[in-house]
Design a binder for this molecule. Structure first.
Ligand code: ATP
Ligand code: MG
Length: 364
C-alpha cells in the first residue's frame, strides 16, 4: 500500500487530449471520495509532438512511464502526419513492444438507459471480454514486409508457444476472476482459423493444453468467420474470448459497435510488469476540437487501471475506487437523462463528465 500512486499520463492527439482532461476530473473526484492519492503526470508524445520536435515518443516520456505505477493513454495519430518511412505515427505499438504488453484486454458491456443497435431483448445484457494477443500473430509483419519488385509481397504470421501460452493463461485467469465476481462458471472461447492455417492450428493446440490446466473453466474454439456472425446474432452467449493479434484488432471494433459506439469501449494493454489503459478508439479527427467526444471509454479505462493496480498492490481502496467509477457511470446512463452525441443525444464531453463527477460525489 502506497501513500501515492504515480500515473504516467499520455494524452496524445485529437480527442485523446479532450477525453483525458475529462478523465482527470473524474479521478480527482475519486481521490476525494476514496481517500487515495494519484500523482498524474502529463507527458508529451504523439503525432503533434512529432511535428513539433521530430520525436513521437521522447526518451524522457518512456523513462517516466517506466518509473510510474501505471500508464494512462488517450489516443495518438493524426491524418496526414507520417514518419520518415511514410508510415503512420503510432507510438502505442512501440509502447506495447517496449514494455511487452502482450495482453490486449477489451471488455464490452451494455449500460441500462442507452440504446443498443441490436433489437433482441437479450442485447441489453451483453458483458464479455476480448483478449487480444498483442505482440505477434500477423502484426509480426509490421515493418518486415518482403516486397519483391512490383509483383509479389509477403507478410509473415508468427505464432509461438510462449506467446500463445501466456495469452491463453491470461484469458483463463481473467475468466476465473470474472466467475468469482459474477458468481457463475467462467468460459473461454478461442477464436482462430485452424482449418486453414498451420499457425492457427498450433495456436488452437496450445490453447487446448492451457485449457486442460483450468478444469474449472469451460472452453471451446470457434472459427473467426463464424464468430463474426455469432457476435452479432448472440453476443450475450460469450464470456471471455481469446484470439490472435489481427483477428483481435478487427473483432474489438465489432464488439464496440454492439454497445453503441467507440466512446463506450475501454481497454488495457497488460504485461507481467506494466499496464497501460486507453480507450479503444483513436483520435477521431472528424469530431476533434468540438466538445463532442464521449469520455466514457477513457473513464472506464481509468477504472480498469485502478482495478489492475488493486490486484497488484493489494490496496483495497483502489478496487473500491474502480467500482465507484463503474457504478457512477451506470447511474448516469440509467437515469436516462444523459445521452452521448454518438448515440444521437445532445450531451458532449463536458456534460457527461459533470454528470459522472456529480454521481460520484453523491454515491453511497
Ligand atoms: P485508429 O486508427 O486509432 O483505430 P480510427 O481511424 O479507427 O482510429 P477512431 O478515431 O477510433 O478511428 O474513430 C472511428 C469513429 O468513431 C469516428 O467516426 C469517430 O468520430 C468515432 N469516435 C471515436 N471515438 C469516439 C468518442 N470517444 N466519442 C464519440 N465518437 C467517437
Ligand atoms: Mg480503428
Amino acid at each position: 500500500m502506497k501513500d501515492q500512486y504515480q500515473i504516467a499520463v499520455l494524452p496524445g492527439d485529437g480527442i485523446g487530449r479532450e477525453v483525458m482532461a475529462a478523465c482527470e476530473h473524474v479521478l480527482q473526484a475519486v481521490e476525494k471520495r476514496v481517500g487515495i492519492r494519484l500523482g498524474l503526470q502529463w507527458l508529451p508524445a504523439g503525432a503533434q509532438h512529432y511535428v513539433d520536435t521530430g520525436d513521437a515518443l521522447p526518451q524522457s516520456t518512456l523513462k517516466a512511464c517506466e518509473a510510474a505505477d501505471a500508464i494512462l493513454f488517450g489516443a495518438m495519430g493524426l491524418p496526414h502526419v507520417r514518419g520518415a518511412d511514410g508510415t503512420e505515427i503510432i507510438p502505442q505499438l512501440d509502447l506495447r513492444m517496449h514494455f511487452d504488453l502482450y495482453a490486449g484486454v477489451r471488455p464490452i458491456r451494455t449500460f441500462a438507459g442507452l440504446p443498443t443497435p441490436l433489437s433482441h431483448p437479450r442485447a441489453q445484457a451483453i458483458d464479455l471480454v476480448l483478449v487480444r494477443e498483442n505482440t505477434e500473430g500477423l502484426f509480426y509483419a509490421r515493418g518486415r514486409g518482403d516486397v519483391r519488385g512490383d509483383e509479389e509481397v509477403f507478410d509473415t504470421m508468427r505464432i509461438t508457444r510462449k506467446g500463445t501460452s501466456r495469452i491463453c493463461e491470461f484469458a483463463f485467469g481473467l475468466a476465473e476472476r470474472r466467475a468469482r465476481r459474477l458468481g457463475r462458471q467462467g468460459h473461454v472461447t478461442n477464436v482462430d482459423k485452424a482449418n486453414v492455417f498451420a499457425s492457427m492450428a498450433f495456436f488452437r493446440k496450445v490453447f487446448e493444453e492451457v485449457a486442460a490446466r483450468h478444469a474449472g473453466v469451460g472452453s471451446d474454439s470457434a472459427y473467426v468467420d463464424a464468430m463474426a456472425l455469432n457476435l452479432v446474432l448472440k453476443p450475450w452467449n460469450y464470456d471471455v474470448l481469446v484470439t490472435e493479434n489481427m483477428f483481435g484488432d478487427i473483432l474489438s471494433d465489432l464488439i464496440a459497435a454492439l454497445v453503441g459506439g467507440m466512446g463506450m469501449a475501454p481497454s488495457g494493454d497488460i504485461g507481467d510488469r506494466v499496464g497501460l489503459f486507453q480507450p479503444a478508439h483513436g483520435t477521431a479527427p472528424d469530431i476533434a476540437g468540438q466538445g463532442k467526444a464521449n469520455p466514457t471509454a477513457m473513464i472506464l479505462s481509468a477504472a480498469m487501471m485502478l482495478d489492475w493496480l488493486a490486484g497488484r498492490s493489494g490496496d483495497a481502496r483502489l478496487g473500491d475506487a474502480a467500482a465507484l467509477i463503474e457504478r457512477s457511470v451506470e447511474q448516469v446512463f440509467a437515469s436516462g437523462g444523459v445521452r452521448p452525441m454518438e448515440f444521437g443525444g445532445a450531451h458532449g464531453t463536458r456534460e457527461i463528465t459533470e454528470a459522472v463527477t456529480g454521481a460520484l460525489a453523491e454515491a453511497m
